[in-house]
Design a protein around this ligand. Structure first.
Ligand code: CMP
Length: 140
């Protein structure tokens, strides 16, 4: 498996509770490298664009409101099989179903406030990375 990049967000529930260092330690503990990172406060328009794929879902409005309510940390993670590896350490979307040892099991509050986001496929990773980072901000 080749080296891959994935896009990650440490969500408002994590930044509010000062968990960015603890979550980064779990990410780095898997061997993934944080090759770009910045703290941003998304506008509702930015959050709406980011989650446009969920526009028709009943939770879309609440999701956009939550993601634009406080700062987040956006990241690019790099490593072998990075997309699947990050999804594994994140755990299930709903923390009630998340396995022991995962970020969401340790820290998520609910399905909406689930501490982290990670890309689900190479195509979405490329789109999501490009929404927040230009090429020279990513240093592998
Ligand atoms: P994320 O991986 O960021 O992708 C979409 C987000 O929608 C998801 O994590 C959840 O935080 C949020 N969400 C809120 N309600 C639901 C739901 N019922 N099913 C799936 N995702 C939900």
């Amino acid at each position: 498996m080749a080296v891959q990049r994935t896009f990650s967000i440490l969500k408002p529930d994590a930044t509010r509770r000062n968990l960015t260092g603890a979550i980064n330690a779990m990410i780095e503990g898997t061997g993934l490298r944080i090759v770009a990172q910045k703290r941003v406060h998304m506008t509702a328009a930015q959050a709406g664009q980011f989650y446009a794929v969920h526009k028709e879902r009943p939770f879309y409005g609440e999701l956009v409101a939550q993601m634009s309510a406080a700062p987040v940390v956006v990241q690019v993670l790099e490593g072998e099989n990075a997309i699947a590896r990050y999804r594994e350490v994140m755990g299930a979307t709903n923390p009630a179903n998340a396995a022991e040892g995962t970020i969401r099991k340790a820290y998520a509050l609910s399905v909406g406030e689930n501490s982290v986001h990670g890309s689900d496929a190479p195509e979405t990773a490329a789109i999501e990375i490009a929404q927040f980072f230009s090429g020279n901000e990513i240093v592998g």
